[in-house]
Design a binder for this molecule. Structure first.
Ligand code: NDP
Length: 255
């Protein structure tokens, strides 16, 4: 198989929430495959630090600090990319938050915050990128789902609803954009070692449950998403549309 199938040289990739965690690992993987990275997060200092680290590692990278829930800021960011001739070929809708609380105690504001950050943002950023990709006749959108794209779990209702929505948003994007040469797909990570899960990692009972429930008997490492991310960002996936690929150590495969 030709190496060029997975080559991302000359492509520009925007990964939302790429200062840390899964977004950072996927951004590093896309950069190693040749892509020029646009690093994003809400914390401008963290974005600048990440750009410095990417550049020091020999990768082409620049920063775009904005909040994915701020529609005006998203629109402005894409206008700035346009003005600079920066065409986003690959979008990874990764930025997300978690909020653990029983539904009976959850406020509507808390519900909306999780839905806005984890689902509506993927529509808004996806629409801005998608308009330009459809006009150019090519592009790759990778949405980040979760085990909760398939299965519910107590105390994370809005997250579950948002991630279920991510699966269907991915199919909706494929339905409208596939004919224009734009592939939209999703990745569903299992339980991964990131800041988002630190309280769970530190909880011996939860840690034991993850290890027992996962066929691979361990947590996932952020860099283990890179293979699928590069595949979905590259021409190797040009006839793959509207799919969600689980990288979960087998958790969704077994009872
Ligand atoms: P982290 O909390 O480790 O990192 C989150 C990243 O998103 C940071 O870079 C953060 O930057 C950024 N971010 C958060 N809110 C916003 C916002 N409103 N606008 C722009 N950037 C934002 O999360 P993970 O790496 O663990 O998770 C990344 C994605 O993967 C999420 O969508 C999550 O739901 C999903 N996921 C994670 C799993 C896991 O086990 N960790 C499992 C399945 C899915 P800053 O602090 O600067 O805002």
């Amino acid at each position: 198989m030709s190496q060029t199938l997975f080559d991302l040289s000359g492509r520009v990739a925007l990964v939302t929430g790429s200062t840390r965690g899964l977004g950072r690992a996927m951004a590093e993987g896309l950069a190693a495959a040749g892509a020029r990275l646009v690093i994003n997060g809400t914390d401008a200092a963290r974005v600048e630090a990440a750009v410095r680290e990417f550049t020091a590692a020999g990768h082409a990278a620049e920063g775009a600090a904005f909040d994915v829930t701020d529609e005006a800021a998203v629109v402005r960011a894409f206008e700035t990319f346009d003005a600079r001739g920066l065409a986003v070929d690959i979008l990874v809708n990764n930025a997300g938050i978690q909020l653990r609380k029983p539904m009976l105690e959850l406020s509507t504001a808390e519900w909306r915050k999780v839905i806005d950050t984890n689902l509506t943002s993927a529509f808004v950023v996806g629409r801005e990128a998608g308009r330009r990709m459809v006009a150019r006749g090519r592009g790759k959108v990778i949405n980040i789902g979760s085990l909760t794209s398939e299965l519910a779990r107590a105390t994370v209702a809005p997250y579950t609803v948002a991630k279920g929505g991510i699966k269907m948003l991915t199919q909706a994007m494929a339905a409208e954009w596939a004919a224009h040469g734009v592939q939209a797909n999703a990745i569903g990570p299992g339980y991964m070692l990131t800041d988002m899960n630190q309280a769970l990692i530190d909880n011996p009972a939860f840690d034991a449950w993850v290890k027992a429930r996962t066929p691979a008997k361990r947590w996932g490492k952020p860099e283990e998403l890179v293979g699928v991310a590069v595949f979905l960002a590259s021409s190797a996936s040009d006839y793959v549309n509207g799919q969600i690929i689980y990288v979960d150590g087998g958790m969704t495969a077994v009872l």
